[in-house]
Design a protein around this ligand. Structure first.
Ligand SMILES: Nc1ncnc2c1ncn2[C@@H]1O[C@H](COP(=O)(O)OP(=O)(O)O)[C@@H](O)[C@H]1O
Ligand SMILES: [Mg+2]
Length: 285
């Protein structure tokens, strides 16, 4: 059960005062078939590794950043952790529960937000949140109060609660998507590029909102981004991902120190991966 598990984790932390591991990923691999070359009659199909042997652990209450350019494997990794993709091999444990063996239990602990969050765009934020609350089994009155509280915190004018979502800015819609993920007070939230494509003001708002929600819910968060300042601002620890592999991991300070001098995080990324974060920037997927 969700509460029992969370309570168990807390009790464990109090006893040992050692941080509890919320997410443990071991040697995860995921590849996709790609067509290319060969002849028309015998097209060559090769397997391309999108996630190529990734291992890491995230502590309870941590915001863990995965920083890398487009195509580096961030979304594939997030999908595998959120049980949307079955990996070729490797292991994911959520508070000691196995992702595949205990899928039903794990699903209750996790929530994912991606840039392509699906909404009923003709409905208002309030209606969307109440609908999701219903799916989560949150009682109507509680859902109503919780949704209104969240919408106020999002900085929404009262009038906008009732207006169709499609009339709102992308930044606002993204906030509603993140709010929805936190509605059921999940223990773990996976945020896949929550600020990509947003204007600077909305990006800032969403970042503040994420920090606030983490503190309010004591959630554990994995966040992917290709924005250096965002990773520095939000993440307790950061992993550089490149070509489906983790190239380095540590706090922003630790990563900078690894290349020495007055290196910025961007310098560290370029030196440690041998690549530029923006070299292949395209439309995000
Ligand atoms: N469903 C899929 N089918 C085939 N290839 C895919 C699929 N999803 C991702 N890939 C490939 O896997 C690699 C990693 O993609 P992705 O995880 O989306 O990276 P990111 O989120 O960092 O941009 C890319 O080469 C991409 O083309
Ligand atoms: Mg992606």
């Amino acid at each position: 059960m969700t509460t029992t598990l969370a309570q168990h984790a807390e009790a464990e932390a109090a006893r040992s005062s050692a941080p509890v591991t919320a997410i443990a990923v071991r040697d995860l691999r995921m590849s996709f078939a790609k067509r290319g070359g060969g002849s028309a009659l015998r097209p060559r199909v090769t397997r391309v590794a999108a996630v190529d042997g990734i291992s890491f652990a995230v502590k309870k209450g941590e915001i863990y950043g995965i920083l890398g350019p487009n195509g580096s494997g961030k979304s594939t990794l997030i999908r595998a952790i959120s049980t949307l993709l079955i990996p070729d091999s490797g292991e994911v444990k959520i508070f000691g529960l196995d992702l595949q063996k205990d899928e039903a239990q794990v699903r209750r602990l996790l929530n994912r937000v991606s840039v392509d969050a699906a909404f009923y765009k003709k409905l208002s934020p309030r209606e969307n949140l109440l609908y999701s609350a219903g799916l989560y089994g949150i009682p109507r009155a509680e859902a109503e109060a919780k949704s209104l509280e969240i919408l106020r915190r999002l900085g929404l004018r009262e009038k906008a609660f009732y207006e169709p979502l499609e009339e709102m800015s992308r930044g606002m819609q993204q906030k509603v998507a993140i709010a929805r993920a936190f509605l059921a007070s999940p223990v773990i939230v996976l945020l896949d590029e929550p600020t990509t494509g947003l204007d600077p003001k909305s990006r800032r708002d969403v970042q503040e909102f994420v920090l606030e929600l983490r503190d309010a819910h004591d959630a554990t968060i994995i966040l992917t981004t290709h924005d250096m300042p965002e990773a520095e601002r939000l993440c307790d620890r950061i992993a550089f991902i490149h070509g489906g592999r983790f190239v380095a991991e540590g706090s922003a300070d630790e990563l900078r120190a690894r290349v020495g001098g007055n290196a910025t995080l961007e310098d560290a990324f370029i030196q440690l991966t041998g690549d530029d974060l923006h070299s292949d920037d395209q439309e995000d997927t």
